[in-house]
Each structure stands twice: as C-alpha cells, then as structure tokens.
Design a protein around this ligand. Structure first.
Ligand code: SPV
Ligand code: MN
Length: 633
C-alpha cells in the first residue's frame, strides 16, 4: 500500500510550503507509519479524525450525543501515564547554557536529539500518521503563531480539534515561510484494550528551542502528547522572552460586577489543580480562556491578551452542580466532549466529587473496577483518577465571552496569581505596585497535586505558575515582566489569591465559591469602588466591603470572626516564605535588582510589624487602625 495517496499528497502540496514538506518527509522516514493522512479544515476531514479515534479504540462513544471516553496508560498507582511527566520532559540547550537553568530539566541538545530520535525510529510502526495544521491564537491576528502536528494518535488529533483553531488555510498564506512551531508525537507501541502506551519507561518529551519543535514519544496523556498545549507553551515562552511580549500560563476572564454596566478583563496564573479553570468559570462571569495566553503591549496603552486555545482540558474532579454549575451543566448535556480517565457505568461517566451517588463498579482507567480494587502494590484504586479530565470547546459554554476570537485580544485590567498554601498568605491581597505584583507572581508557592507525577502535598516554588514550563533563565523572565509593565500606560493591577488557607485543625477557612468575592473585590479595586487596608505585604479588603459582597453574591453572612481568621497577617510565616524565596533565587544568575530590593524591603517591614505587635497573627482590624493612623500622620 502507498504510504500517502494522491488525494492526501495534493492536500500537502497545495500548501506550497517546502519546510512543511521537508519536516513531513524527515519524520515519516524516521517514524515509519503504515499510512499518512492529511487533515485540512474541512468538516469531512475532521469527521474522519473523530471516526478513526473510535474505530481504533482510542475513544469509545458514551450515551449522550458527542460524548466519548479515552483512557491513558495505567499499570499501577505509581506507574502510569495519567499526568505530566516532568522527569522525562527535557529542554534541549547548548552545552554553555546547561548551567543557566537550575530549576529546569535541561540536556545538551545533540545528546538529547540522538537519544529521542533513536527511540522514535520506527515508533509509528503499523500506525496511521495524521498531519494537522492549527493556529495558536485567533485567525488573522498579530498575536498568533501557526503550528504543525504529526501524530499517530487520533485521540491527540481529535482533542486538538476541540482545543485549537484550525490552521490549514492559514498555512497556505505563509508563503513558504518557516515561521511556525512543529510537534511530532507518537504513542509508540500500544498494549491492551483500550490501547495504551506500552513502554512508559521510554517516554520522552524533548523540547528543541533552536528548531521551534517538540518531539514527544511513548505517551498519550494530553499534557505530554498534545503539541499545542504545554509543549507549545514552552516554545511560546522562549519566543516571547526573546522578543518583547509575554507567553503566560494564564486564564482570561471577563468580570461583570452586579448592577454596574462594565466589564473588566482579568488574567490569572495558578499551578495545575489549584482552582484556575473554576476561577475563569465563576458564575455570572465570562470566559475567554482557561490555560494559556499571549500578551502584547497594545496601541491603546493597555496590555492586550488572547487565548491561544479555543477549548478547555479541565480537571473533572470535584466538578459538581453546586460548586461548578456552568461546567457541570456543560458536561451533563449532549455536545462534543472527550472524557478521560473517569469511571463509565452503563455508558455514563462518573468522577470523584461529582455530587451524585457513586456506582461501586464499572470500567475505569484501571480496566474493570470494583470499589476497593487495589493495584499490584496493594494501593487502592479510586473510581476515577484525581487528574481525570474533560475536553470541550469554549464556544459550547453558556458563559463564553464574545471576544474569544477577537484578533485584537482583550485589554488586561487585572492579574490574579494563586497557589495552594495552607498556612501563610491571606485569601486575597493587592500588590503595592506593578513591580511588587511581579514579585508576588514570582513568589507563588504551592503544594503539589495529582496533575504531575510524583508525591502530592509537597510545598514547591511556582513563579507565575510557569516554572514547569520555563525555558529561559528565571532572572530574564522576571526582568521581562517588569519591562513589559513599564511600557504600559495602563498597567494591570496585580492580586495574589489563596483559596486553600486552613485553620490549625486542618479545615479550609473558605468555601469553594468564596473566590467569586475575591474576584469581584479585585474588579472593584481596579475600578476605584473600594478602599483597602495597606499592609507591608499589599492591600487587603475591608470587612464592610466583603460583608456586602458575600451577601450579594453568595447570600452568605460573612462574619467578622471569619474575616479576622482569614485576613490576619502572619509575619513569622511570611518571613519563612521569604527565606525560601531567597534560597530559590540565590541559585539563579542575574536576578533583577528590583526583585532583590523588594525582598529586602518586605523583610524589613514585616520585622517592624513583628516588633510593633509582638504576636504572630496580626488582625486586619489592628492593621486598619495602623493604616488609618499612617494616613493621618
Ligand atoms: C496543567 O496541568 O496545568 C494543565 C493540564 O493545564 S496539562 O495539559 O497536563 O498541563
Ligand atoms: Mn495548565
């Protein structure tokens, strides 16, 4: 059989792009698929992808129209393909650059390429290779970058159809330029039914900055396999930081406070599984994107941002009618949706925390499952993986923002940063200025979650929630943030949130939807609606404002006792955090001066505060008195 038939070849040559042809030729020769199929933007071609995913068993249809289930590899609770594999994701750099990245897995380029290309030799044996073209960002936009994907997984190709804008026609307009990213992926040898990657020990995700490409093999989990998601994020960070714009791990949302005829746009970065998507999907607000954004300084003096994606690959755990009503409704009604690694019983999906009675048997990521099932090491297998996901188009949601595809993006009025922090920072603070905002973003800490392989609950540093994807030295990245803000006439206000504060007994101090009040408060601060209490670590809300917001938005009586428990400043804990930040940044070369100065000043003012109050929990009521007093002085 011919590898590529005339019809498909014509689709490829119609692009008139010699670089695409060269890449296809090189990797088809290396990966040795049995067939090559080119997918254009036509509905007929996209339907082919949907159907092949089912025929090959990579997806299975569920009861509701458009719903399918996909499983990623699972051999035990500690040996699986259910999350991003940080250890085998390597950034390929020159020998001289190896020292520059203490936080990133780096490998000498030549060595890394040799290793991964050897693994990729024949990796598509017996598989059909599908070639797809996408546009990262809105079409016809200054922001956007084109992307070419070769993969032997129709689940990957189908997911990308839900998550990205098609780009075949855009490639035609490239005029034989090589200005695009490219991604080669193979699931490698498969095993079982449904078919999953067999040789996880040979899983590799190698990022080749020099060529603007990523080579990914022996995996299926989307965070490892989908070129356009976290792999393109890394290439985007590299490009942006060597130019004059930003690529960030940001959601973008429209905030619409009740009774005010206005919209503000907020971006926000949170480490994986820390409430990022659910913030972007808060009831009453609109969503532009939930994961990755490009930002540029725009003619109107604002930063503008676009969502480079057009879909959501979201964590499904704890999505239920009460806490995430918009997503829950979308996931329980007919529309094109791929569920991954959840439990299926009688053709319906179930997941942890879905708020419904849970079946005690079914089919899940471990195969046939019964309550109490254990893996080969005696570890209990939950009904769905904690990192189980759903994939859906944003346009399918009731709360889609009308500016999703605007080639000019949306102006950014505010930025939220957050992490999973049980004992240090209050639920929301506003930075003292842009540079302090960059500092707050660069000092996010978070306890690890199931979104990456490895132990959960370990406190880690997560600058801008982007460290997992960093491909430039951190000092340079932070400096670029500072410079970016300095070029704006209208700098976004920056906020640090913490949804995960607990009391001494380990109980969360906030309800899941309380974040709506923090976001509305931030919007109010951007628009001059609220006064705030100035503290050494930033501005905090006044009780009277939050009391009204809790009543208005959540119909909750917000007590002063709760306010004090949540918004007390803990100098000792924060000083410990500053020590950890300092230890981290000490390892980095060329940390900008402004950052070190803020670190020094924060430490000094917290120590002053400690001397003034002699206690470790300083109530916001006392801080307000102090702040009012300082205003009078
Ligand atoms: C995240 O983990 O931040 C995600 C999902 O958005 S993944 O594609 O795995 O990165
Ligand atoms: Mn993410």
């Amino acid at each position: 059989m011919e590898l590529i038939d005339k019809k498909n070849l014509d689709k490829l040559t119609a692009l008139n792009n010699s670089h695409v042809l060269k890449i296809v030729n090189e990797f088809i020769t290396l990966c040795k698929p049995s067939k090559v199929t080119i997918i254009t933007d036509s509905e007929e071609d996209i339907n082919y992808v949907r159907n092949r995913a089912i025929e090959l068993g990579e997806e299975e249809k569920l009861n509701l129209k458009g719903h399918t289930i996909h499983y990623d590899g699972f051999f035990s609770m500690t040996n699986h393909d259910q999350a991003r594999d940080k250890a085998h994701t390597q950034v390929l750099v020159s020998k001289e650059e190896l020292e520059l990245y203490p936080w990133i897995n780096t490998m000498e380029r030549e060595k890394g390429l040799k290793e991964v290309l050897e693994i990729m030799d024949g990796c598509m044996n017996g598989h059909e290779c599908v070639i797809r073209f996408f546009c990262l960002g809105p079409k016809n936009s200054k922001f956007s970058i084109l992307a070419l994907q070769l993969t032997d997984s129709f689940y990957v190709a189908h997911s990308e159809d839900l998550l990205y804008r098609t780009g075949y026609e855009e490639f035609k307009r490239l005029n034989d330029s090589d200005d695009f990213f490219y991604f080669i992926h193979s699931s490698g040898e498969l095993t079982g039914n449904p078919p999953v990657t067999k040789n996880l020990d040979k899983r590799r995700i190698y990022i080749d900055l020099k060529e603007g490409r990523v080579l990914s093999v022996n995996n299926q989990y989307a965070g490892n396999s989908l070129g356009l998601k976290k792999l393109a994020l890394r290439l985007g960070i590299y490009k942006a930081n060597n130019e004059d714009w930003l690529t960030e791990h940001y959601f973008i949302m429209g905030v619409h406070p009740k009774g005010k005829n206005r919209t503000s746009f907020f971006c926000g970065a949170f480490p994986s599984a820390c409430g990022k998507t659910s913030t972007a999907m808060l009831p009453g607000q609109t969503i532009v994107g939930d994961d990755i954004a490009y930002l540029r300084v725009w003619e109107d003096g604002y930063a503008h941002s676009v969502n480079i994606e057009s879909g959501i690959f979201g964590i499904i755990k704890d999505v239920n009618a009460k806490d995430d009503p918009v997503i829950f409704r979308a996931l329980t009604t007919p529309r094109e949706t791929i569920f991954s690694n959840v439990l299926i019983k009688d053709g319906a999906p179930y997941w942890i925390g879905d708020g419904r009675p849970i079946p005690d048997e079914g089919f899940n990521f471990s195969g046939r499952w019964k309550k109490g099932k254990k893996d080969e090491n005696g570890i209990e297998i939950p009904l769905a993986h904690p990192n189980a996901r759903y994939t859906i188009r944003i346009e399918e949601l009731d709360n889609v923002d009308p500016n999703l595809h605007d080639p000019n993006g949306v102006p950014v009025h505010g930025i939220l940063y957050g992490g999973r922090d049980s004992d240090t920072m209050p639920p929301v603070i506003e930075s003292l200025n842009w540079e302090h905002g960059v500092f707050l973003g660069a000092s996010i800490e978070s306890e690890t979650t199931s979104a990456t392989l490895g132990a959960e609950g370990v406190r880690t540093q997560q600058p801008m929630a982007n460290l997992d994807f960093m491909v430039v030295p951190l000092g340079k990245y932070i400096k670029n943030h500072q410079k970016f803000g300095a070029r704006l006439d209208h700098c976004p206000k920056v906020f640090a949130t913490n949804y995960f504060l607990k009391n001494e007994k380990g109980k969360y101090l906030n309800g899941i939807l309380d974040k709506l009040c923090w976001v509305i408060w931030a919007d109010g601060r951007v628009n001059g609606d609220f006064k705030a209490i100035k503290t050494p670590i930033g501005y905090i809300p006044e009780y009277a404002d939050l009391k009204i917001l809790f009543k208005q938005y959540l119909d909750k009586e917000y007590s002063e006792k709760d306010y004090i428990a949540q918004f007390s400043i803990r100098p000792k804990k924060i000083l410990e955090k500053l020590d950890r930040i300092e230890t981290m940044y000490e390892k980095e070369q060329n940390v900008p001066k402004f950052f070190l100065n803020i670190l020094k000043n924060q430490r000094k003012s917290l120590k002053d505060l400690q001397r003034k109050f002699y206690i470790d929990n300083i109530s916001p009521i006392m801080l307000k008195k102090l702040s009012d007093q300082e205003k009078l002085d």
